[in-house]
Design a protein around this ligand. Structure first.
Ligand SMILES: C[S@@+](CC[C@H](N)C(=O)[O-])C[C@H]1O[C@@H](n2cnc3c(N)ncnc32)[C@H](O)[C@@H]1O
Length: 447
């Protein structure tokens, strides 16, 4: 890249940054007018306005690209190469509940000696862990060796979100260390079996089996693995960050009294949230029988009326077998296809295709992967940003590699989804972009 090109890029990025920042400021001010004092609330169901969502992506993307443009490339490479120490520091502060401890102190913060006494980590070493995070604005060193929560770290007081960080820092982190071993193994590199995943290499069992195996105690008794509970709470915490826009960025209200079949619906998290918002919709929640047994209690507690009025049916069903509910208006699948290799996805979709009528649609909900080159089915970032907003899309790539590590699974691009649909005799009619990393891929029978 010539100096002239560099200068042009930097100027264009700074212009973009200035314009997008003004939008962010205006939207913040509007939010403040609508709900004063709510700004740093650690509430779960926050949905930014469309303008704020886009401007925020632009600011983050532009900052990332500026960084790459102006930093010494050698330093940048070294920095990225040791990012794992940041995730180690995060795991430690989450395990020690540091954000909760600091919450009691307010803006004056707490001295490291006090924190050290509470959690049992040496004060000098803990200072270094916290300073590593202060330099990326997670926590603030208000005076030498005295720390307070930042506007970011205070969200770690939300226990489900804290568990999301923790679950990725425990066994999943250990498993990720085996990724090079399975990728460079000539027998395993092309495999799509979960038994050839990095997780299996690390623990000798697939992820679900391992999580459900008890842990032998020193007295010989077996107790449930603590990681299992942390994982369950992590899914709730992560889900609450990503899911709320799903309920408003698709025109669910236009479906009227349609039946929604929630395929592989778990205990019905998606259906429950939709049922609470859209009172005419009816639901069939399908999953493995062990899961459906648990679903009943959840619905009785969360939405007893829906159970009494037969608005919901809970059905044990294997999604690789013939779909028993024919001609429903909607078949949803949330966080299903990313667990499976292409061949299995095509079987799941084919079973749905056979059950669909002319008014049926499949709504597949997953993290949507975009590349720096973009996709005609997704909105692209403004130039000179890469089409996927660059650094802003980093978490999605990490989640894709997470699926690879755990299951040999994958997050998919719109083009990947179109390929699966076509092979299952279906057509992608629209990718509904939501104000989160998730998107809804709508598939129909071809005309
Ligand atoms: C990642 S969870 C997603 C759950 C739910 N869709 C949600 O959004 O909360 C994947 C679900 O697929 C279910 N599942 C796995 N294999 C299945 C099969 N062969 N038939 C039906 N459900 C299955 C699991 O039991 C689990 O509930």
């Amino acid at each position: 890249m010539s100096i002239q090109e560099r200068v042009q890029s930097l100027r264009a990025l700074v212009r973009l940054l200035t314009e997008a920042s003004e939008v962010v400021i205006k939207e913040w001010e509007d939010e403040e007018r609508c709900s004063p004092g709510d700004f740093d609330d650690i509430k779960d169901a926050y949905i930014p306005s469309p303008a704020l969502f886009d401007a925020r992506r632009t600011v983050v993307g532009a900052c990332g690209m500026c960084l790459d443009l102006v930093q010494d490339p050698r330093c940048r490479l070294m920095e990225v190469g040791v990012y794992y120490y940041v995730s180690r520091a995060m795991r430690i502060v989450c395990e020690a509940h540091i954000a909760d401890i600091l919450a009691n102190a307010g803006p004056e913060g707490i001295s490291v000696e006090v924190i050290s006494r509470k959690i049992g980590i040496d004060g000098q070493k803990l200072t270094r862990i916290l300073r590593c995070l202060c330099s990326i604005h997670i926590f603030i060193e208000v005076q030498p060796k005295r720390f307070a929560n930042s506007h970011t770290s205070q969200f770690l007081r939300n226990d489900d979100l804290r568990c999301w960080i923790l679950t990725h820092g425990l066994d999943i982190y250990t498993a990720s260390d085996k990724l090079p071993a399975v990728l460079f193994n000539p027998d395993k590199t092309r495999s799509t079996s979960p038994n050839d995943s990095a997780f299996h290499e690390a623990f000798g069992a697939d992820f679900w089996t391992y999580m459900e195996q008890g842990e032998e105690q020193s007295d010989g008794t077996v107790k449930p693995r603590p990681a299992l509970d942390i994982f369950a709470r992590a899914m709730v915490g992560g889900g609450r960050v990503a899911a709320p826009p799903l309920y408003v960025d698709y025109p669910w209200s236009k479906l009227g009294a349609a039946t929604v079949v929630d395929v592989g619906g778990g205990v019905g998290g998606l259906s429950l949230d939709l049922a609470k918002r859209y009172h005419s919709l009816k639901f069939v929640v399908e999953d493995r029988s062990a899961v459906i047994e648990k679903a009943s209690a959840v619905w009785q507690t969360e939405l007893l009326d829906a159970v009494k009025n037969n608005r919901v049916r809970l059905l044990a069903h294997d999604f690789f077998a013939e779909q028993p509910i024919k001609g429903a208006e909607v078949y949803t699948m949330r966080y299903i296809l990313h667990d499976w290799p292409d061949a299995e996805c095509i079987t799941i979709l084919s079973q749905l295709r056979k059950a669909m009528g002319p008014n049926s649609r499949i709504l597949s909900i997953d993290t949507m992967l975009n590349t720096t080159l973009g996709s005609p089915l997704l909105r692209s970032a403004p130039p000179p940003l890469p089409a996927n907003y660059g650094i802003e899309h980093q978490l999605t790539h990490s989640r894709d590699l997470n699926m690879l590590t755990l299951f040999n699974g994958m997050e998919r691009t719109p083009e990947d989804m179109c390929m699966l649909a076509e092979k299952a005799g279906l057509k992608v009619v629209k990718v509904w972009e939501c104000r989160s990393s998730l998107a809804i891929t709508e598939m129909r029978l071809p005309l």
